[in-house]
Design a protein around this ligand. Sequence first.
Ligand SMILES: CC(C)(COP(=O)(O)OP(=O)(O)OC[C@H]1O[C@@H](n2cnc3c(N)ncnc32)[C@H](O)[C@@H]1OP(=O)(O)O)[C@@H](O)C(=O)NCCC(=O)NCCS
Length: 323
Amino acid sequence: MARSVAQQLAFRPATPDDAPFAADVMTALFPRSPWDPVSLRYWWSQPDESMEIARFIVLRSERPIGFAHIDHARWDVQAERYASIWGDFTPAERSGDLLSAFLAAMEERLRADGARTIRVRAEEDDLLRIDAILARGYKEDRRHKRWELDLLANRGALLAMTDESRLRMRKEGVELLTLADDRDPDVIRKVWRLSEEAGDDVPTTMPRVPEAMESYVRWTRAPEIHRDRFWIARIADDVVGVSVLGYPPVRGIVGTEWTATARSVRGRGIARALKCETLAQAITLGIDRVRTGNDSANAPILHINETMGYHLTPASISYLRPI
Ligand SMILES: CC(C)(COP(=O)(O)OP(=O)(O)OC[C@H]1O[C@@H](n2cnc3c(N)ncnc32)[C@H](O)[C@@H]1OP(=O)(O)O)[C@@H](O)C(=O)NCCC(=O)NCCS
C-alpha cells in the first residue's frame, strides 16, 4: 500500500511563494497552534550561513497536498551528520501510508546527501504521525515541553511579580530596557555573543551549530519581532540577558522566542525579571495568553515557567533514527 502511495507522489521544489500554503496546511492540522503565513514566507526567503535546506511541495495528480522540508548543518560544521525532516499534509489527504511514503522519500534524499542520523518530530497526541514514525524504526529521543499562560487570570500575580523584580534589579544595578531604547551601536553584537554563550547551555542531543551574527540579525528583523518588545538586561556596558516574545503578524499565538542570561549572572533573578517585562508589556498590549516551550531537561527555565503560572499543553517529541 505505502509503495503504491509513494508512486503517486511528486516533489516539486518550493519557493517562498509556497510558504502561505505550508502555513495553511499546519494551521488546518493543528488549529490550536496556527502558523503565520507572513513570518513563514520571511523565513523561507532567508539564506543561511551554516544550514543546507531543501523544501518541496508534495503533489498527487499534480495537486498540492502537503509540503516537505529537510535540513542539516553543513557537514564541515557538524561532523556528526544529523539531519531533520519536517512537513505534513492537509487533513483531507493525510494518512499513515502517506506519512510513511513521505518519510521514506525524504530519508532517501538525506541518505544520498551523506546524513548519518535523522530527526523527525511529532506532537505527543498525534498518534497517526507517531505510528508512522515508529514503524520506520525511529526511537524517541527528547521531549519539548510546551506551556501556556493565561494573562487575564494571572494578571494581578504577574504585575506584582514584575514590581518585585524591578525593585530587585534596581537594587542590584541591572537595567532592563528594550532594543528600541538602547543607544549602544554595538548592542546587537553583544546580544548575539550572549546568545551564543547561552545557546550552548540548552540541553540537546543534536550538537548545536554556532550561529553567525548575520543570521541573528535576520531574526531581529523578522516580521514577528519588534525592537520595542525586545527586552535586554544590562550591567553597565555589558548585555547580560535577553527575553523576547514573538508577535505573529497575521495569525498565531504570541510566544517566547528566546530567553537567555550570561553565565556570570545566573541565579540572580534576571531571566525572571526580563520575562516579567515581556509579559507586562503583552498585558498592556491587550494580549490574553502567551506560549513558551523548552526542553524537558532544562530545569531552570521549567522552574521559572511553573512559578510564573504557565500550565502545560501537549508536548512535542523528537525521534531519531540512524541511516
Ligand atoms: C534558563 C536561564 C535563562 C535562567 O537564567 P537565570 O538568570 O539564572 O534565571 P533566574 O535567576 O531568573 O531564575 C532561575 C530560577 O531557576 C532556579 N534554578 C536554577 N537551577 C535550577 C535547577 N537545576 N532546578 C530547578 N530550579 C533551578 C533558580 O533557583 C531560580 O529560581 P527562583 O527564581 O525561584 O529563585 C539561563 O540558565 C540560560 O540562559 N540558560 C541557557 C539558555 C536557555 O536554556 N534558555 C531557555 C530555553 S529557550
